[in-house]
Design a protein around this ligand. Structure first.
Ligand SMILES: [Zn+2]
Length: 194
């Protein structure tokens, strides 16, 4: 699985131009059909996605190219999930957040529990990444709790990326920087920073 730009035309160009690297071995990915169709719940309404599938020319593994507006194994847009996390850190409860976003409360509670359960790994991953992106970065200061610290680490890494490479929406970028596994239902989902 690889997180790519949400714009399918650009993904086609990158894929056919050999510009995408295999997440397993770093080899060149080539087009390999499509993955199953899925419906992503977005703030602006449901969006039908048919992600591209790619095959590595070196290790012949196939990978689903998931658009950056997604997170692996989540059916909601990453920006919506991110907004719920921000609201939680600001002190709002899961019921109020779910009501405001028009989502089932169990769904929102599930995201927040996963974020809370993984917050130390998330903080560590994004902090490491921030220092890789900006070698002159100063200390990342405590933000007032473990959840706030994890969110702050995401913000710092995103800021470091934007300063280096240019503006990009925060939560889709957080998805890219977590290789899509932010809030994934697996143990220890975070890949090592290369
Ligand atoms: Zn490979």
């Amino acid at each position: 699985m690889l997180i790519v730009c949400a714009e399918s035309a650009r993904v086609e160009v990158e894929l056919s131009g050999g510009l995408l690297a295999c997440p397993s071995c770093g080899g060149m990915l080539g087009p390999w059909g499509h993955a199953r169709v899925r419906v992503l719940r977005c703030a602006a309404g449901d969006r039908v996605l048919r992600p591209r599938r790619a095959r590595c020319r070196a290790c012949v593994c196939t990978h689903v190219l998931l658009p950056e507006i997604c997170l692996l194994r989540r059916r909601d847009e990453v920006s919506v999930i991110g907004a719920a996390i921000e609201a939680k850190v600001a002190g709002e409860g899961h019921r109020a957040i779910a009501e405001r976003l028009g989502l089932p409360k169990d769904t929102v509670r599930g995201w927040l529990r996963r974020f809370a359960g993984d917050c130390e790994a998330i903080r560590a991953h994004f902090t490491r990444l921030a220092f890789v992106l900006d070698v002159e970065l100063g200390a990342v200061l405590p933000a007032g709790g473990v959840l706030a610290d994890a969110l702050e680490a995401i913000a710092v890494a995103v800021r470091a990326w934007v300063l280096r490479f240019g503006s990009r929406p925060v939560w889709p970028l957080a998805s890219v920087l977590s290789a899509g596994v932010l809030l994934c239902n697996t143990s220890c989902p975070f890949p090592a920073v290369r």
